[in-house]
Design a protein around this ligand. Structure first.
Ligand SMILES: Cc1cc2nc3c(=O)[nH]c(=O)nc-3n(C[C@H](O)[C@H](O)[C@H](O)COP(=O)(O)OP(=O)(O)OC[C@H]3O[C@@H](n4cnc5c(N)ncnc54)[C@H](O)[C@@H]3O)c2cc1C
Length: 446
């Protein structure tokens, strides 16, 4: 397989080459000219309605077409403070571009993601200041987690004039954008510039501080009048099969993080990925870029039931990834190092708790595949212990919130992956914004 190269990317290792390289200004204007500027005073354009952050797409595209990319960026960042990151990582095929009316006529959607990237790149490179700080309000909000949900919540609150302090366990911001999202979508930039913009709004970020360990929740309650939990999910869930501790067996998050930190793991030519979500597809595509010649995704249900986005599955297939459906791993075999994976065929039975037909093993159908590397991508653990310690109501291990993103403890609000079980960056941004509005309502009551 070969990954398409844009001329400027030829010298970059395949794993770090961007799949959607930037547009130059001439191509951006030409692309912007394709937009039909749908929508009007009574209904938003379909692309805007499909965007969880409600970015005013036709308006920013018009500004690009008329040669005003800075104004386009202002419209984008007002709606989505991580508009540059989202331009790279959003599943646009499922959101704005998927709703573009051109596709209804069988034409190619306007490249909204790449246009959004063009405008935000121009503005971030010039360090433009789009937001004037309003008068300070006396109340302070503590935000736990500098992932997309926490950053969006912090920015929105600072725009309203609140004092905002973010506490982040890791040494850098971004949550899964920084540590987990495929490097061919986004390595780091433009996140640091977006965070600098948030800090210019007056938000203070304390890195290397784990709330509950380095500082207590009680102390945070003393310091702040409201607290936003944007803590995401935990580590990779275990596959609960023998052999997981063999050398050559990776957790997906650890695997991607090593690539993103510039130390790509050494993998063998045959790679098996366990799972059927977007993370499984991402790590399979990463394995291809790292040089594996046979990458297999093993999923215990059927293709129709696979949670991964269809366009991502299609792209993985194009890059040479093979899929084994109705296949579950039974154990990993090897002498210190993984050599084989024993699997069993599955069939679909009665619906399980999720309402989907439950996969069940077909006795006597075990078979073995030779492997050099196994990557487990079956989802992240939920933060059940934390919710218990805080006395928060949960459902299925996720915190429950009301329409204001407020938990059963009135001072605590929550959003992002820790309430939806894992979705997208732009969905976490939406939660952060709406929770900020919920917090403002709560604080206004005094
Ligand atoms: C492998 C992978 C690939 C993905 N690819 C995409 C993609 O291409 N596009 C897309 O839109 N979405 C993608 N996602 C999903 C997306 O990354 C998440 O939905 C999004 O990051 C959730 O944001 P969040 O702020 O809720 O949580 P997170 O991003 O997980 O951020 C939570 C933050 O809270 C911090 N934290 C946790 N506990 C504490 C504590 N006690 N004290 C202080 N700090 C704490 C963490 O260190 C972390 O920085 C992907 C996810 C994964 C796992």
């Amino acid at each position: 397989m070969s990954v398409a190269l844009s001329p400027r990317q030829e010298t970059i290792p395949a794993i770090y080459q961007e799949i959607h390289p930037p547009l130059d200004s001439a191509r951006a204007v030409l692309e912007a000219d394709r937009c039909l500027e749908c929508g009007g005073p009574y209904a938003p354009a379909p692309c805007t309605a499909a965007c969880p952050a409600r970015v005013p797409v036709p308006q920013f595209i018009r500004a690009i077409r008329e040669g005003r990319p800075e104004e386009a960026a202002k419209l984008i960042f007002e709606a989505n403070i991580l508009g540059g990151s989202c331009a790279r990582v959003c599943p646009v095929e499922e959101l704005c571009e998927g709703a573009c009316v051109l596709t209804k006529e069988g034409r190619r959607a306007v490249s909204i993601g790449r246009l959004q990237r063009y405008a935000t790149d121009v503005a971030l490179a010039r360090q433009l200041n789009f937001f004037a700080r309003p008068a300070w309000k006396p109340q302070s909000v503590g935000v736990i987690g500098a992932g997309p949900a926490g950053l969006a919540c912090a920015a929105e609150l600072a725009k309203m004039g609140y004092d905002v302090v973010v506490y982040e366990s890791r040494p850098e911001p971004g949550g899964l954008i920084t540590s987990a999202i495929a490097p061919y979508k986004q390595l780091k930039d433009p996140l640091p510039a977006e965070v600098a913009m948030i800090e210019r709004l007056g938000v203070k970020i304390h890195y290397g501080v784990t709330v509950g360990k380095d500082i207590s929740f009680e102390e945070l309650e003393r310091r702040h009048q409201a607290i936003f939990l944007g803590v995401g999910l935990g580590a990779d869930a275990s596959a609960r099969i023998p052999g997981e501790d063999l050398h050559g067996v990776w957790d997906s998050l650890e695997f991607v993080e090593q690539i993103k930190s510039g130390r790509p793991p050494k993998i063998g030519p045959i790679v098996a990925v366990i799972g059927g979500g977007n993370t499984a597809i991402d790590v399979a595509r990463e394995a291809v870029r790292l040089g594996a010649t046979n990458v297999m995704v093993l999923y215990r249900r059927t293709e129709e039931q696979m949670p991964a986005f269809k366009h991502e599955v299609k792209a993985a297939r194009r890059e040479g990834v093979h899929f084994y459906f109705l296949t579950a791993p039974v154990r990993l075999l090897g002498n210190g190092k993984v050599r084989k994976i024993e699997c069993i065929h599955m069939r679909l039975g009665a619906p399980d708790k999720s309402g989907r037909p439950a996969p069940e093993p077909v006795p006597g159908t075990e078979f073995t595949l030779e492997v050099d590397t196994v990557i487990k991508a079956i989802g992240q653990e939920k933060r059940v212990e934390l919710w218990k310690a805080l006395g928060l109501e949960t459902e299925g291990g996720l915190v429950t919130v009301n329409e204001n993103f407020q938990t059963n403890r009135e001072k605590y609000f929550a959003g992002g992956d820790c309430i939806n079980g894992g979705a997208t960056v732009v969905e976490a941004v939406r939660h952060g914004k709406l929770a900020a509005q919920g917090i403002a309502k709560f604080l206004a009551k005094g």
